[in-house]
Each structure stands twice: as structure tokens, then as C-alpha cells.
Design a protein around this ligand. Structure first.
Ligand code: PRT
Ligand code: ZN
Length: 300
């Protein structure tokens, strides 16, 4: 049994929130099997020496920084704020290993719909409510703008209506929360997505070996995210046109078809999603028997 004998790695992920499903899905696609009971704080990996800690996202950088877990998955927005908070304590910060393909959002300044906006000079001397006071203060200082940064945890978007602030700086993805609160997005402070972080402390060799394998697997999963394997039949004469239509593909494989010289089979990995419009264009260019398959893993 792996669990009792081998040293085990720990990865902290968000217990319940926007990053939870994608984080668990990524680990599953890396080959980890685990059972998850409701309200469980730790999920033991059943087939790999890797356990999952389920915590609030704000606690993840601290747990990794203190070496309570070797790895963590958390938003770059949280990473940026925590990095600035820890910089004051002189602690060795955690390291960001790689950005992941989910949890995309931006930290942006938004003003009431009817407020004038003449660029970031409009922030000078005003009150800005935010859950990211250190990131915002640094961003403003870098631009030589002094303003009154008002830290607020949660429900930042109602601060202007309550008269607590003139504008806000908050996370935005679709923009519908801003619109519902009569606010207008005017300036991006930080682009963010989920990222994998690791402890700054050196790891024992047996664990380090597993950590490397896990990182390679995560890279393998990320590489094929959104990729498709496309197979079709094409008239030889139309090959150049058809190849040019394939989104994000490099070197397609061309195979002969039994009983004909005029038509060939073409197989290609497309690094982007293949939409119906592309299939229709391929058909228009002479392709037939078009099949599009998901790509699960790729090891370069
Ligand atoms: O309980 P815990 O502390 O773990 O969770 P949390 O409430 O702090 O975090 P959660 O689950 O809301 O978000 C986790 C992470 O997801 C964030 O740190 C970001 O990295 C990422 N993320 C991506 C977002 C959003 N998109 C997002 N839209 N986090 C928050 N939002 C909020 C935003 O604050 C605003 O209230 O959604 C609202 C805006 O969304 P739109 O679509 O209306 O623009
Ligand atoms: Zn949180």
C-alpha cells in the first residue's frame, strides 16, 4: 500500500468555490484517484502518494509558504496580494510554478455609470473600495497617483451606493455584477487565472521525484486542453486549402486510402477548439467523413 510506506505530497486546493471543480478535475486527469466525502478536509490519494487538502483559497499561499503543503492551486489575484503582504515580513515567498487554464478574471477599477472618467488621473484623491488593498496601492504608487484605498472584504460593488467609496477595484469576469450594481469597468489593474504554487523549501528526493512527475503530467493535461484530433478524407488537389483551414495544427499526417489515388486521409491535432463553422468550411473545400475527437493526454 502506497499510503503507509512512501512519503506523501500534499496539495492544497479551494474547498468550495470557483476553483474547486477545475482543480479536482485537473488532478483526476493527472491520474489521481481519490474519494471525496462531504465536508472532508483531506482526500487521500488512493493510487498515488498525493493527498489533497481542501481549504479556503485565502489560506492556500500561507499553507504552502509554511511548508504545510508542498503545492497549492490558487488565483494569481490572491498570490499577488499575499506576496505583497509577506514581503513586509521578510519571509521566503512561495514560488509560482505555472499558470493554469481556468479561473480567468481581472482585477479592475469600476466607477458609477454616470461618473466622468478621464483615465487613471480620475482616481487621484478619490476613495476606492477593494479586497485587494496592497495590489491596488502598489499599482497606484507605480503610476504616481495618491488615493484613499479602502479595504473591504466582500460586497465591494455596493460601496459607492452606500457612500463609502467613489469607485471600486474588484474581480470581474463577465461584468454582469458590475452592470447589476450600476457600475462601469474603466481600467484593468491585474489579469488573473489560477496558478500552481510550490513551497520554497527544498523537498526530500523521494518526494521531489513525484513532484516532478506530477508537474509533467499537469503540463501534459494543459497542453491538450481544448485540443482536438481531427480526421477527414480529402481530395489530393484540395489538400493545401484544407490544411490551411485547420485551426492551430502544425504537421498533419497524410495517409493513402485503399482503392483511390485521388483521395487521401488527413489526421491532425488542432491546438484550438474546432467549431461547426470550421467543419462547414472544410466540407465546402471538399473534405468528407470528418471526425473530431477530444485529446486526453499528450507527452512530448
Ligand atoms: O470561500 P473562499 O474564500 O475559498 O472563496 P472566495 O469567495 O474567496 O473565492 P471565489 O470562489 O469567489 O473565487 C475564487 C477565485 O476564482 C478568485 O480568487 C479568482 O482567482 C477566481 N475568479 C474568477 C473569480 C471570478 N472569476 C469572479 N468573477 N473570483 C470572484 N469573482 C466574483 C467577483 O468578486 C464579483 O463579485 O464574481 C463577481 C463578478 O463576476 P461577473 O461574472 O459578474 O463579472
Ligand atoms: Zn477567499
Amino acid at each position: 500500500m502506497i499510503r503507509e510506506t512512501a512519503p506523501r505530497l500534499r496539495i492544497a486546493i479551494q474547498k468550495s468555490g470557483r476553483l474547486t471543480d477545475n482543480s479536482l478535475d485537473l488532478l483526476t486527469r493527472c491520474g489521481l484517484r481519490f474519494s471525496r466525502a462531504r465536508d472532508q478536509l483531506v482526500c487521500f490519494g488512493e493510487n498515488l502518494p498525493l493527498d489533497i487538502l481542501l481549504v479556503r483559497d485565502d489560506d492556500i499561499p500561507g499553507l504552502v509558504q509554511e511548508d504545510a503543503c508542498e503545492l497549492g492551486i490558487v488565483g494569481q489575484n490572491v498570490i499577488a496580494e499575499k506576496r505583497l503582504a509577506l514581503a513586509g515580513n521578510g519571509g521566503a515567498p512561495f514560488q509560482e510554478v505555472m499558470a493554469l487554464d481556468f479561473g480567468r478574471c481581472r482585477l479592475a477599477i469600476a466607477v458609477p455609470e454616470d461618473a466622468a472618467w478621464a483615465g487613471i488621473e480620475s482616481v487621484r484623491g478619490r476613495r476606492v473600495a477593494t479586497s485587494y488593498p496592497l495590489v491596488l496601492a502598489r499599482w497606484l504608487a507605480d503610476r504616481g497617483i495618491s488615493a484613499d484605498v479602502i479595504p473591504q472584504n466582500g460586497a465591494v460593488e455596493i460601496a459607492p451606493r452606500l457612500g463609502r467609496a467613489d469607485m471600486i477595484c474588484d474581480l470581474v469576469s463577465t461584468g454582469s455584477t458590475l452592470a447589476a450594481n450600476g457600475l462601469r469597468e474603466v481600467e484593468t489593474v491585474l489579469e488573473s487565472r489560477a496558478a500552481l504554487i510550490r513551497t520554497p523549501v527544498s523537498i526530500a528526493p523521494e518526494k521531489a521525484d513525484w513532484l516532478d512527475r506530477l508537474l509533467r503530467r499537469i503540463e501534459g493535461v494543459q497542453k491538450v486542453d481544448g485540443s482536438k484530433y481531427i480526421m477527414l478524407h480529402a481530395p489530393r488537389a484540395a489538400l493545401a486549402r484544407i490544411t490551411a483551414l485547420l485551426p492551430g495544427s502544425e504537421h498533419p499526417t497524410i495517409l493513402p486510402l485503399d482503392g483511390t489515388d485521388e483521395k487521401v486521409a488527413l489526421h491532425a491535432v488542432c491546438r484550438e477548439n474546432v467549431f461547426w463553422e470550421t467543419l462547414e468550411s472544410l466540407k465546402g473545400a471538399g473534405a468528407t467523413s470528418i471526425l473530431v475527437l477530444p485529446v486526453e493526454k499528450m507527452l512530448a
